[in-house]
Design a protein around this ligand. Sequence first.
Ligand SMILES: [Zn+2]
Ligand SMILES: [Zn+2]
Length: 482
Amino acid sequence: MRVEFLGAARQVTGSCFLVRCAGRQILVDCGMIQGGKSQEVRNRDAFPFDPDAIDAVILTHAHLDHSGRLPLLAQVGYRGPVYTHKASVELCDILLRDSAYLAERDAAIESKKRQRRHEEPVDPVYTVADAEAAVELFIGCDYDAPWQVAPGIVARLQDAGHILGSAIVELWLEEGDERRKVVFSGDIGRDDTPILQDPVRPTEADLVVMESTYGNREHRSWEETWEELGEIISSARAARGNIMVPAFAVGRTQELLYVLAKFYREWGLHEWTVFLDSPMAINATDVYSRYEHLYDQETSEFYADPSNSPFHLPNLRLTPHAEDSMAINRVSSGALIIAGSGMCNGGRIRHHFKHNLWRSTSHVIIVGFQAQGTPGRALVDGARELTLWGESVRVGAKVHTVGGLSAHAGRSELIAWYQAFKTRPQVALVHGEAGGMDDLAEALRAEGAEVATPELGAGIDLRELPSRSAPAPAPAEQIEQS
Ligand SMILES: [Zn+2]
Ligand SMILES: [Zn+2]
């Protein structure tokens, strides 16, 4: 009876944990390592487990740092179930397919370069066919509905409030007369996040495997964030230019559409045309609009008014096709353009930059995390020009960074989430950088927890921990393959 830490150990990306119990092996998450080429080559490494020996996979949520290596698992022959929330099945269908498409495209470009140097071509890390094969294995679950994963293993998903369908995974393990409960936090959202419910706080566990992304940071309040966003839009209106918002397709885009609808009059949005210029974001928004039963009370009430249909604005234009997207280039004033990619290292936002970034009347609103080395980060750091397709474009636009829109719990919310566990179970911190992780470890120790920050490949023998949780709830009859 063991948990092994095969990814996101003392780092943020590549979540992957192996649970061994009663002769079975269950994988929780199978995520991609992200953060520049030097890191990402590791995604091509062989899995640190025998894929044939895995009985089932449980996926916490659709983000690629949790799901992104599932196509590889399918590629090496895994044909078992991948359990996840029903909404995550749909979002993964979008995200994994796109990830595979980009991998194929990048490999084709690289191969062409190599060909000119008389070198061997490269294969994509995985293909669209691999992504499709992986999605075939998915089994959609609901929150709060326990099921038997394998003999001796019962699982239940709880709402993590991070993105649509995101889940905390509770696992009840039984081996001989030993019984333990492990809770995997997945990525924990913030309280009062637009659209989503607050993260569920389980109260029992013998081991908690917990994310620590913002273990040493607090976020600005939602009120301050909305005020900031409203002021930027008002000042941009006075300048009579365009606004560009690089945004991630899943989560951030839908939050923006929701707050734009909520403050439509207040922020004078009727004077703008809002373009959602990203096929992936349009598809993800469609998924969000079909899961109304997962919205929080405020959002449900807002959309219960027949004049507010989910994620729609009176002046919203969806531009899935390239020619509609290019037509936006002719608009020099009054366009609020939401386009990917979130860090500006690809996607249509770069075309909008080419046409607008040099203008002093333009505004860029950065609403998401920008990794080192990306064009988005360069803008945040005050770059005077960006290179786009080999051409240098001067930054005349005003660049605003709105830091309060995070999908991750801040430090005090992480501590509060742990405090709900009555018996102060042992914690293994994952999904964080050393600084935040060590800081959070100190804070949890002060709460009476024993805290580990396991190295990659380390394991915890669950039989060495006290058993203080109630037995597994009765699993539902049967889960149907979706
Ligand atoms: Zn996530
Ligand atoms: Zn994550």
